[in-house]
Design a protein around this ligand. Structure first.
Ligand code: HEM
Length: 488
């Protein structure tokens, strides 16, 4: 077996040693102490923590036929979701069908068809940042949410606090996060408890209640799209596509409903959190990279128009800023949902048993000084030349193997277009207090959740010039006209 700390007891193994707060830091320490692959015993489940890009690539990419399943999530997947959420599904025919559908709608070429709405929503984000810069967090969340809901159901989101779809989805995600905490429920370690009657299992009741709420609103949203299709008023959307291709994919109405819930669950907090990290990096490290970024933008774009997707190839430094943002503070800090092995195998002389939970700790992988010297420093220059690093992106933000993030193109496009435009249009620096002193920010102040996103921080965001402001306003006016089609 790989090396690791001794378990504290036969029954719970190492479970009680795992810190409740930011366990990724402890995992990083273990990898520093024991090596790139560490073994833990979580209850009865063998668990492997990977701490380097190379080991993660070898295990999760090269051995992907045996390492692409998920651990059992009894509360979140089996009870609350009746095994309907593909993200937590075990590797098998039903996951494959779900994944094929997502590929068809989100990978490479398909994701290009969403660029127009990403561009339009980004123009609204720009104008919102001019009007109420202190509410930057609300604005980037509205951007990420509205793009997701337009793509999924063909309708916009104007207010993230009152929109019904957003509130219901948020409740679902919060419930899911609150029950998917390792060690919280005994039934996760002793599945035989599932056979007890309902009266003896009160933990089941709340999860079943949430399941009923989810089924009601997820199916209602699909029916709304169906009605719009019948009336000839449904813009193109993921949901409409699924309804049209229903027979080809052999999906039930409920499967369509849950599949449509996927982009919200996986794509909103990740995208908004990454953009928040970008703004935090601007606040903490701005003078070291913003001048170079703005010089590139001024040379290639100039002050008379905003950057677009067509400028992507001509903006190498902006692309480097995007990659560095994804590396510097990986939002899916533990590599997203863990993988699970479906066969015994040997890696570098170490035995990995079938049924192991495998965690690719992105905190350790991205903050490994061998691959990224001075790793906590935000430095886009790392991405200006090709380095010896496994995989297509030179970072590991989107995970590995057959489970690699199917929304990676959509997400990268959102990060690119907003990073390019925000750097083009705004001066970004530390906010100042009443005495005119700069307010320092803490680049480690992040949430403890499944996704780790920056806690609120102050930042100064002001238009670079009157000319930039005029273009931001003009572009937004035209964008609002174009987006009306999603409001009917
Ligand atoms: C910056 C934004 C994003 C980041 C950093 C990110 C990262 C990740 C990571 C690390 C995984 C786990 C991969 C693995 O298991 O090895 C994942 C899975 C996933 N992501 Fe993303 N993601 C982002 C945005 C999105 C978006 C916009 C979507 C919308 C379609 C999406 C959909 C998914 C789905 C469905 C999975 C589960 C795949 C499966 O289990 O087969 N993600 N993502």
């Amino acid at each position: 077996l790989p090396p690791g700390p001794a378990p504290t007891s036969w029954l719970v193994g190492n479970r009680n040693q795992v810190p409740r707060q930011k366990p990724w830091r402890w995992f990083q320490e273990l990898n520093n102490q024991y090596g790139p692959v560490v073994y833990l015993q979580m209850g009865r489940t063998p668990t492997v923590v990977i701490g380097t890009a190379q080991a993660a690539w070898e295990i999760l990419e090269k051995k992907s036929p045996s390492t692409s399943s998920r651990p059992r999530f009894i509360m979140g997947q089996e009870i609350m979701s009746n095994n309907m959420r593909g993200l937590m599904a075990e590797y098998g025919p039903s996951w494959r069908r779900w994944r094929r559908v997502l590929h068809g709608s989100f990978m490479q070429k398909a994701s290009d068809t969403y660029k127009p709405i990403q561009s339009l929503e980004s123009k609204q984000l720009m104008v919102e940042l001019t009007k109420s810069p202190k509410k930057y967090r609300e604005h980037i969340e509205r951007y990420a949410t509205s793009v997701t809901v337009v793509i999924t159901y063909g309708r916009r989101v104007h207010d993230i606090y009152t929109d019904e779809v957003v509130c219901l989805n948020r409740q679902t995600q919060q419930f899911l996060t609150s029950i998917n905490i390792p060690g919280k429920y005994l039934v996760e370690s002793i599945p035989a408890l599932l056979y007890l009657p309902n009266i003896l299992t009160p933990w089941r009741t709340a999860a079943l209640k949430q399941r009923a709420i989810d089924i009601e609103y997820l199916t209602r949203l699909v029916k709304e799209v169906q009605t719009k299709m019948e009336n000839g008023r449904a813009p193109h959307s993921f949901c409409r596509q699924l309804i049209e291709d229903r027979e080809k994919h052999e999906m039930s109405e409920l499967e369509i409903a849950y599949t449509c819930g996927t982009p919200f669950g996986a794509g909103v907090e990740t995208t908004a959190g990454t953009l928040a990290s970008f703004l935090l990096a601007c606040t903490a490290f701005g003078p070291s990279f913003i001048p170079k970024a703005q010089k590139e933008l001024d040379t290639v774009i100039g002050p008379d128009r905003m950057p677009t997707f067509d400028d992507f190839e001509d903006l190498p430094f902006i692309r480097a800023v995007v990659n560095e943002t994804l590396r510097w503070r990986p939002v899916a800090v533990l590599g997203g949902t863990p993988h699970a092995s479906t066969e015994d195998f040997v890696y570098d002389g170490m035995f990995i048993p079938k049924g192991s939970t495998i965690i690719a700790n992105l905190w350790g992988i991205h903050l490994n000084p061998t691959d990224f010297p001075d790793p906590h420093r935000f430095d886009p220059e790392r991405f200006m030349s090709k380095r010896d690093y496994p995989g297509p992106w030179q970072h590991s933000s989107f995970g590995y193997g057959r489970r690699v993030c199917p929304g990676s193109n959509l997400a990268s496009n959102s990060v690119y277009i907003n990073v390019a435009r925000i750097l083009w249009g705004f001066n970004l620096s530390k906010a100042r207090d009443q005495n005119g002193q700069e307010i320092e920010v803490d680049t480690f102040a992040y949430t403890n959740g499944f996704n780790s996103v920056p806690l609120p921080f102050p930042i100064s965001i002001t238009p670079r010039s009157a000319a930039h402001l005029a273009i931001i306003e003009r572009e937004n006016e035209a964008a609002q006209e174009e987006m009306k089609t999603y409001d009917s």
